[in-house]
Design a protein around this ligand. Structure first.
Ligand code: SIN
Length: 492
């Protein structure tokens, strides 16, 4: 058997098997660890510490102590640290991409794109740090003067998902550090190695000890999450993950009334009107439906195509997905990797079976690819979908493109909005009046008009309804880590 690609990093010291607390690499006090597997081969590639609440408390204490001095640093100092961290990420892009592919499975080209995207948040918030402004306000009393100060909220718990193991951390840590906060990052149990490599680079960037802490846990995830959401020392929780877990974390956080920003599940509608440029719509769909095998919160989950172009568009999609090559993300010509674990494969399969049992037609794929390994699922195209099917209600998080037919704009808006979540929505049309109408009518936090790509550090990312609240990235992202303090001065 060939040695795993992780053993061939240009800089092996990026591969860490300990947690990063108060500027040091530490194991769990219990000595317990858990194994990390490559989702393509199921090979064990690393072990990481199984932190419990006592270990986690050490990280919280480190972050609380560091806050005392870090909050007083100047925005320019913080910007410099973030810029160096960004530079180190880009200098180590190949190794970081290898680590991402090894633990997440996405093809190396996608992993490289993620590293650049992730580093982009550090650069963006390095630029935002010196641009935190308060206001002067004319108060009601003529003998008063009134101003607002923006201050860091305090110690933040950043709970990150496995699908973008680098970008979902920098999208939170970048603005937190820019604002003057310190952080405890709970790395995703499925893919913690990238988080730890980022911690190593934060260390090399000279970010003071205790400002960034990264912890890992698998079996203890629930108790660690409970401490992070109930500790009075933590003032803010930023979480990306499922709506179900978001509800639990929000309930727990209510005991200490923390500031929260939650980026939760989506069920994105993707609408193609009969006046759309079908090639542009196809490119948008391929990018947004099948990016990392459909495992993003902003993936198209329900594809609505106007009846007159339905067959033509589905044919185009089938023709395009036939060209995909599914396999191990380390292989050069592989375009789509495995799903993260068997549970994910089972959910995708269950959604496909449910749709077919209720009358949908599987026109491409529809099976687990056992020949490649336990975590691979065929790219799948379903037609004849209706709103009674599970694929309509739940986020599938897999490479399944389900097609619904519609006749009118009013009808499709109603179908698109018939979801309890509202993260992203996309539509394709050349009619500029319709573009405004539909963009305004979609009940989501983010709309792609004639594009399937929304991800950009400059763009405010976030949802409405049960997709959560708060915005990440953009000029708004830093506000999530600041409080507004008003200072009223009497001058008489
Ligand atoms: C997500 O799936 O949660 C993030 C997707 C992105 O930032 O592009």
């Amino acid at each position: 058997m060939q040695p795993h690609r992780l053993t061939m990093l240009a800089d092996p010291s990026l591969l860490r098997s300990a947690c990063y607390v108060n500027g040091e690499w530490v194991g769990a006090a219990s000595g317990k660890t858990f194994a990390i597997a490559d989702p393509a081969t199921l090979e064990q590639i690393a072990v990481n510490p199984e932190f419990n609440t006592k270990d986690t408390q050490n990280a919280i204490t480190a972050a609380s102590t560091a806050l005392r001095t870090y909050r007083k640093t100047t925005p320019r100092e913080r910007a410099r640290w973030l810029r160096i961290w960004h530079g180190l990420m880009m200098a180590n892009i190949d190794d970081l991409a290898t680590i991402i592919t090894a633990e997440n499975g996405k093809p190396t080209a996608d992993a490289r794109t993620e590293v650049a995207y992730a580093a982009g948040f550090l650069e963006w918030f390095a630029e935002e740090a010196p641009r935190i402004y308060g206001d002067t306000i004319v108060p009601s009393n003529p003998n008063h003067r009134l101003m607002t100060l923006k201050e860091p909220v305090g110690v933040c718990a950043l709970i990150a998902p496995w699908n973008f193991p680098a970008a979902m951390i920098t999208r939170k840590a970048g603005p937190a550090l820019a604002a003057g906060c310190t952080v405890v990052v709970k790395a995703p149990a499925e893919a913690p190695l990238t988080a730890l490599a980022l911690a190593e680079l934060a260390h090399r960037a000279g970010i003071p000890k205790g400002v960034v802490n990264v912890i890992t846990a698998l079996d203890n995830t629930v108790e660690v999450g409970k401490l992070l959401t109930t500790s009075p020392s933590i003032r803010k929780v930023s979480f990306t993950g499922s709506t179900a877990v978001g509800r639990l974390l929000m309930a727990q956080s209510s005991s200490t009334l923390k500031k929260l920003s939650f980026e939760l599940g989506g069920n994105a509608p993707f609408i193609v009107f009969d006046d759309a440029d079908l090639d542009v719509a196809l490119a948008g769909l391929l990018a947004c439906k099948f990016r990392i095998s459909g495992q993003t919160c902003v993936c198209a989950n329900r594809i609505f195509v106007q009846r007159v172009i339905y067959d033509a568009f589905v044919d185009k999609v089938v023709g395009a997905v036939r060209q995909f090559r599914i396999g191990n993300g380390f292989e050069e010509d592989v375009t789509h990797g495995p799903l993260i674990h068997e549970r994910a494969v089972r959910k995708v399969d269950e959604h496909v079976r449910d749709a077919v049992s209720k009358g949908a037609k599987c026109v491409f794929g529809g099976k687990i690819l056992d020949g490649l390994g336990a975590n691979f699922y065929e790219t799948t195209v379903l037609t004849g979908m209706d709103m009674s099917m599970k694929l309509c209600e739940e986020e599938t998080f897999g490479p399944v493109a389900p097609f619904f037919a519609f006749d009118t704009e009013e009808e499709v808006i109603e179908m698109a909005n018939a979801s309890e979540v509202g993260l992203a929505g996309y539509f394709f049309s050349k009619d500029s009046s319709r573009c405004w109408r539909v963009a305004e009518a979609l009940d989501v936090g983010m709309v792609g008009v004639n594009t399937g790509a929304l991800s950009d550090p400059a763009a405010p990312f976030g949802g409405v309804k049960q997709s959560g609240f708060g915005r990440e990235g953009s000029k708004y992202g830093i506000d999530e880590f600041l409080i507004t303090k008003m200072v009223m001065t009497g001058i008489a």
